[in-house]
Design a protein around this ligand. Structure first.
Ligand code: ADP
Ligand code: ADP
Length: 227
């Protein structure tokens, strides 16, 4: 990102959600995004995830200027290169863990047989292959979040965006999820950008961006930024 601004409203009501962001994220980095409520974290994530466009500035994703892409190209880029995980797991309640994980592959026109195999692989990745037939309400919060992570990773995207992925989980379960993310990062060279309010969770990242008033006020290793 170079000189990224995002403005909402006009005149006296204008809000600078992002006020000049310069940011390079390297493939394979694990980045935690922190800062007070309203500091621009979600806005920055939405732009990183190509879900929203900046008011000014340049965002290159894998060397491509995102502003040069139309709606369909952006949707394709998201499907091919990005996985999303949210605080609320957003699973379909009436279908099995396996069917939930298969979902992104349906849009990719992957055959039924191959879908099942890839979804089982993804569930194995998060240690849940033995619960493939369970519905979300038969799973714990941590297990549901692991299903959501499997769904985000089933297409093998290189970039995972997570918005408070452990926000609804108890400390022990949150630690388990974070261990798994760190392992995945190492195994797959996955790039992870994760919003969190918890310093203990941010410690799992190798880099923390601390947002204040739409700017990155601090950027460095967690031990440095969080003291
Ligand atoms: P969080 O602080 O948990 O990240 P927010 O409450 O700041 O969540 O924002 C949630 C979503 O609501 C944001 O992605 C944004 O698009 C939208 N939003 C936030 N503030 C406003 C606002 N003042 N007006 C309209 N939409 C907003
Ligand atoms: P955070 O995620 O750090 O809580 P946000 O990125 O959600 O911060 O919001 C940054 C600022 O932009 C806040 O002042 C928020 O109210 C404002 N904002 C966010 N989304 C919208 C929107 N859709 N419309 C108007 N204001 C918004």
């Amino acid at each position: 990102m170079r000189g990224i601004y995002k403005l909402y409203g006009q005149g006296a009501a204008e809000v600078r959600a992002l006020d000049g962001i310069d940011l390079d994220i390297t493939a394979g980095e694990f980045v935690a995004v922190m800062g007070p409520s309203g500091s621009g974290k979600s806005t920055c994530m939405n732009i990183l995830g190509c879900l929203d466009v900046p008011s000014a500035g340049e965002y290159l994703f894998r060397g491509v200027d995102v502003a040069s892409l139309d709606r369909d190209e952006l949707a394709l880029l998201r499907r091919k290169f990005m996985g999303f995980v949210f605080q609320s797991f957003n699973l379909l309640p009436r279908t099995s863990a396996l069917a939930n994980v298969e979902l992104p592959l349906i849009y990719e026109n992957v055959s039924r047989k191959r879908r099942k195999r890839l979804a089982l692989d993804a569930l194995r990745l998060v240690g849940l292959e033995d619960r493939a037939d369970a519905r979300p309400n038969q799973l714990s919060g941590g297990q549901q979040q692991r299903v959501a992570i499997a769904r985000a990773l089933v297409t093998e995207p290189p970039f995972l965006l997570a918005d408070e992925p452990t926000g609804n989980l108890d400390t022990r379960t949150a630690d388990e999820i974070m261990h798994r993310l760190v392992e995945l990062r190492n195994e797959r060279d996955l790039t992870i950008v994760m919003v969190t309010h918890e310093p203990d969770i941010a410690m799992y990242a190798e880099r923390v961006l601390f947002f204040v008033d739409g700017r990155i006020q601090r950027d460095g290793p967690p031990a440095e930024v969080l003291t």
